[in-house]
Design a protein around this ligand. Sequence first.
Ligand code: XUL
Ligand code: MN
Length: 345
Amino acid sequence: MAKHNYKFCFGPWNISEGQDPYGPTTRPPQSFDWKLAQLKKLGFDAMMFHDDDAVPDIDSKSDAQLRKETKQLKKKLADAGVAAEMVAPRLWFDPRTIDGGYTSNDPKCRKYAVERSLRCIDVAKYLGTDLIVLWLAREGSYIREAKNARKCVDYLVEAVDAMLAYDKKIRISIEPKPNEPMDHAYVPTIGHALAIAQLTSDPKRVGCLIESAHAILAGLDPADEIDFAMSFGKLWSLHLNDQNGLKFDQDKPFGSANLRVAFNQVRALERNGYGKNGEYVCFDVHPFRTTKVEHWLAHLDNSRRTFLKLVQKARSFKEKQAQALIKDRNYAALDQMVIEHLLGR
Ligand code: XUL
Ligand code: MN
């Protein structure tokens, strides 16, 4: 197995305040500077951004203002020795995105979504990253009859093409998720994301981002999704976390719900050499709502601890012994071997 060191990342939204659909925040908001200082203190290498994490109220800002604020942010990151991993357009808050961004039925709203995405590319360029992430939050429907799903595929491809044409250097990673906030999303899995990539004007610059919880919500195994994406050389970013079954998107600490599923994700990353081209391991995790302010960073530190322990477990797994059991089709013994390896016996 390839031996290399991983680089770690999280976003400002991962130090969240505990709000859920049924109740208000449980922790006071913190400034961006505080969050950056915590990232640095924890020894992470990069921060990931939504466009309006980088430029708050981006829609009300002129291009000159956008440039000024992103340049200031870039300096702040450089002074802290922290890289900007990616920028993602937040296309799910504005009233114009109520019925979708790129796939809204209203052409004016679709236009807004594309224009906002081009400004997101400006933010990325000024911050010094070529990676744009598209989590296609509202690109789907609540009822099937509300939208023409065939047309929506065209709209998605047109939007991606507009981004590719706007800046010849950017790469786009599509982050699939099957549901929430939508009943059904149009790009629910990595297979869908890579199929969309093939329809665009420059498939080489369109890849994907796997989030563990999103794969589990689609009824898929995230490790198999990793192997699939990496067979195409298209896994350009990663949101590791965990999810306890089919319910709301939980963004639990990595390995929290199912250690074996986490172990297999790490094994898949190891065997494919994830990170060798500079890719980051990002944790898209949230604190439990009950978390006290003094324990506010534990979910991030714990996710990385678990990840690194699982790297050791992946590297110390007795491959020869496993291969002998596979050859003998003795999967019962292989199963127990994995369990005892994880238990530390
Ligand atoms: C939502 C989600 C987002 C994206 C970035 O489920 O994962 O935070 O990762 O837009
Ligand atoms: Mn995510």
